[in-house]
Design a protein around this ligand. Structure first.
Ligand code: PHE
Length: 342
């Protein structure tokens, strides 16, 4: 009996075979267990001889099982190590990494520049009511500016009594939302997506603006000019870049100005911050008293400037991108070329 099991255990090929042997020998119904049960039927003398022998045999078999089990485990580990070895000297497989979209990059750049001048970032919803997008900004229902903006209106089912919603046509509604919530004084920028039904080389139905708003007791157009010139110098990395303010009209500012930056155009090369050419980059002005009022800010105590600038436009200028539409085509080759790695 001993030889039979000791040999079988030595020859077991895997843990399953070993377990079968264990059950066969020392399991509840195993051969040795059955023999031990027979001890009870023996005479005392017989038992005194057979008992210790059987116990010793059982111990020996258990020890052999344990030793074999450990050996099998080691062998399995060796096999795995042999199979799964890794050549760390092999060159890595190329991995496709994403890159920062130029619009995101430019948004981060301008946010950092304005942050240095004390502006924090405010946000508003891209789907807004026509009150925030128009009325509160002194653009009443009949105003031609509503038609000019090529507004996307949200569809409403008959009987839906919620106020009309639009895809915001500019970031100016964030002025209202911010002042409503936090009052004056304030100094914020609000970058984000805006929407107008328009499409050609310089217009896409979705594009990006950054709104600026500074309200305090004695803020003037002079402060606006300084802030913008500081911004353009930092953004385009040219000291002393000139700006030109042209009188204009927006319902939500009075007076209003469109702002151009200095540029030159030689041999088909556009250079920002030199020469005597001008490029329009933003609309601005002193916040209209009616706008302050609509946002719950007292115009007899507070005043300030606001501006709205096209992010896509200044990104095109800074990085020499000729067609606005390419920003939003999701062409991977284009994105790789103009993308910025993090
Ligand atoms: N909201 C204006 C536009 O989209 C820009 C603007 C913002 C002008 C703030 C003046 C003040 O054209």
């Amino acid at each position: 009996l001993r030889d039979k099991y000791i040999q079988a255990i030595a020859g077991a090929e895997d843990e399953a075979a070993l377990e079968a042997l264990r059950l066969e020998a020392v399991g509840k119904k195993g051969e040795i267990s059955l023999k031990m049960r027979e001890l009870g039927k023996m005479s005392a003398e017989e038992r005194q001889v057979a008992g210790p022998k059987l116990n010793a045999l059982k111990d020996e078999i258990n020890a052999a099982l344990a030793a074999k089990k450990a050996a099998l485990g080691d062998a399995a580990l060796d096999a795995r190590l042999r199979e799964e070895w890794l050549d760390v000297t092999l060159p890595g497989r190329p991995m496709r990494t994403g890159s920062i979209h130029p619009i995101s990059q430019v948004t981060e750049e301008l946010t950092a520049i304005f942050a240095d001048m004390g502006f924090s970032v405010a946000e508003g919803p891209q789907i807004d009511t026509d009150w925030y997008n128009f009325d509160a900004l002194n653009i009443p229902g009949h105003h031609p500016a509503r038609a000019e903006m090529d507004t996307f209106y949200m569809h409403r089912d008959e009987g839906d009594n919620r106020p009309p919603h639009v895809l915001r046509t500019h970031t100016s509604p964030v002025q209202i939302r911010h002042m409503e919530k936090y009052g004056a004084p304030c100094r914020i920028i609000a970058p984000g997506r805006v929407y107008r039904a328009d499409y050609d080389q310089t217009h896409t139905p979705m594009f990006h603006q950054v709104e600026g708003l500074a309200i305090d007791r004695d803020i003037s157009m002079a402060n606006l000019k300084w802030v913008l010139e500081e911004f353009f110098a930092a953004f385009f990395e040219v000291d002393g870049i000139k700006t030109r303010f042209r009188a204009s009209h927006f319902p939500f500012t009075e007076p209003s100005a469109e702002v151009d930056i200095q540029c030159s155009w030689e041999d088909g090369q556009l250079k920002i911050g030199e020469g005597d050419g001008w490029l329009e980059v933003l609309g601005s002005g002193m916040v209209h008293p009616k706008v302050l009022q609509a946002a719950g800010v007292d115009p007899s105590e507070w005043q300030g400037f606001a501006f709205g600038m096209g992010i896509d436009r200044i990104a095109m200028l800074k990085y020499g991108i000729p067609d606005l539409r390419a920003f939003f085509d999701s062409d991977l080759r284009w994105l790789k070329h103009y993308g910025f790695s993090s």
